[in-house]
Design a protein. Structure first.
Length: 279
């Protein structure tokens, strides 16, 4: 595992997330709406890649929102969330970010058709950043023409280039990631994580720890670790790169500008990269 800058990258991402709290609400509302539209216990994560629809995940393994959070929703909506793994994750994150209950419920109802609202389509764009680092951009949009133009412009302006469908997706794995700070009790973390169903616990060169889970096991592992007194500094269901390359100096600065530009786009939900930004 790449070393000294791993924890620094996580702290930077967390700081960036905290700084755009308002935009997080918009992104989560979109995510809840789309998850509600897909609906059902056998929901799959269907991404529109170009003109292709790819079924990324399927199954009825519900994970994501604790019982105390389901209790905050109206009974009928709680049933929907409880049988829709993707929506459970989105609602969990919404409440972690202090989104009001009424806002969550309206987003669910828009997705289910009970309320009128914008219909969003999922689109994934793939490309290359500085020094050939792979970049994957997940979007929710009501206008693909606008979105692809914005994404292409950001890539071009900041030294990258937009690739073709499938050009870098194979370099990432869909999974849950929980990051723990250097100094965390390794033995305690290892035992609790594996007992809860984690796939792996990785010790980074900088002393931080990464717990990797299946996407639908994420919430149960996170909750089990919290009960054991182990609170993750950063936790999300993400696209984990299979290999990472560290960028330093001017390349690191340029790459960070590209990532920031993509993150700032209104239609962008998440940005993933194989680049590790060095000091």
């Amino acid at each position: 595992m790449a070393g000294h800058s791993k924890w620094a990258n996580i702290k930077h991402k967390k700081a960036a997330t905290d700084a755009k709290r308002g935009k997080i609400f918009t992104r989560l509302i979109k995510e809840i709406t789309v998850a509600s539209r897909l609906g059902g216990s056998d929901v799959g994560l269907v991404l529109v890649v170009g003109e292709q629809h790819l079924d990324l995940l399927a199954g009825d393994r519900a994970a994501g929102v604790g019982d105390r959070q389901l209790d905050r929703l109206d009974a009928a909506l709680a049933v929907d969330v409880g049988t829709n793994p993707r929506m459970r994750l989105a609602v969990d994150k919404a409440y972690e970010n202090n989104m009001p209950k009424d806002t969550v419920e309206r987003a669910i109802k828009r997705g289910s058709g009970e309320l009128e609202g914008v219909s969003y389509e999922e689109v994934r764009y793939e490309g290359y950043g500085i020094a050939g680092a792979a970049v994957m951009v997940d979007c929710l949009t009501d206008n693909k023409t606008r979105t692809v133009a914005d994404v292409r412009h950001a890539f071009t302006k900041y030294g990258g280039n937009l690739g073709t469908d499938g050009s870098v997706a194979f370099l990432f794995k869909h999974c849950g990631q929980l990051m723990f700070a250097p100094g965390t009790n390794e033995d305690k973390l290892m035992e609790a994580a594996l007992d809860a169903g984690a796939e792996d616990v990785i010790t980074n060169d900088d002393g931080s720890f990464e717990v990797v889970t299946g996407p639908y096991d994420f919430a149960q592992v996170k909750e089990a670790l919290a009960k054991a007194g182990l609170k993750a500094e950063f936790a999300e269901v993400s696209m984990k790169p299979s290999n990472e390359a560290e960028l330093t100096g001017e390349d690191a600065v340029k790459m960070q500008k590209l990532l920031d530009a993509l993150e700032a786009l209104d239609d962008v939900q998440d940005v993933y990269t194989t680049a590790l930004i060095g000091d």
